[in-house]
Design a protein around this ligand. Sequence first.
Ligand code: MRU
Length: 341
Amino acid sequence: LLPFEFKIFDLKSADDVYFAIRNMVVRGAPLIGVTAAFGIYLALVNPGKSKLSNEYILEVAKKLESARPTAVNLKYAIKRQMNAIKSNGSPNEKAQIALKTAGEMLREEREYCRQIGLHGLALIEKLYNKKSKKTVNILTHCNAGWLACIDYGTATAPIYFAHDKGINVHVWVDETRPRNQGARLTTWELDHQGVPYTLITDNAGGYLMQQGLVDLVIVGSDRTALTGNVVNKIGTYLKALAANDNNVPFYVALPESSIDWQLQNKLNQVQIERRSAEEIMFVEGSHENKIKKIRICPENARIANFGFDVTPARLITGLITDRGICKAKKEDILKLFPEYS
Ligand code: MRU
């Protein structure tokens, strides 16, 4: 509903959680992971008409995992939650463990975002000094902010920290068709944080880079392969190509929960979510204070709605992780996360 309406939607059952993730009431990789972890807890305390059993919980886990296929956080969170409750215990004991585990994940994600913010801040500060304290122009795609993560956001955390420190930053916000997460959410967030921004069409980034108007690109990630390839919102790859052509540093900000430790080489190994034709056929906006949808193409238009793309590691200047900044390379990622070697 944002930015037109702000509403709190309470999730009271695992079905509510499935609905919220599937229909993007909650969205963004870290947030859907943590929400799903709470979904398992809700299944344990509120099974509704179903009989509470191990089979039922397994069914819920599978259903939640199927809600969105691309972000690895969802799989990671469900796996961790299911491992936590797998030992025998009463339903009540399991529910308490599930609640504790989900809470831990929530706190971890918040801390990951904060650490990403601190590491990314150093990067922005360096650029600011190099530019003799002239405004640093940062381009971002989609919404990898506090509406998508826990609190600070991933791509936005360095920006918020820089702004709070008095560094002049300005953000170019890609509108991010078809759901317009940039136009609707990132703008709303930046407004709340008091960070100057300009909304641009998805196609404008390349031109701005050619004009020297972008100092840095920071995007989020829904899944980063151990080899450094990054799956993120559709259109990210094109920004990386343009940045590469114009020598603009292209960084991806991500928590460790968005790294797919199993994913090695193949770019086409990840299931890229294809969403409904309706998201492209209609644009949603506000008219006379009412949210309205209008059709922008012929009723019988053939439509393909790909949710994500893969940016090859070679186009990425660096990964801003919760443990520091590294090259988008297996050896470098593993130096920061040696326990996965
Ligand atoms: O809105 P979604 O869930 O479809 O999009 C995911 C994202 O928000 C982005 O791809 C983002 O850059 C990575 S998640 C913080």
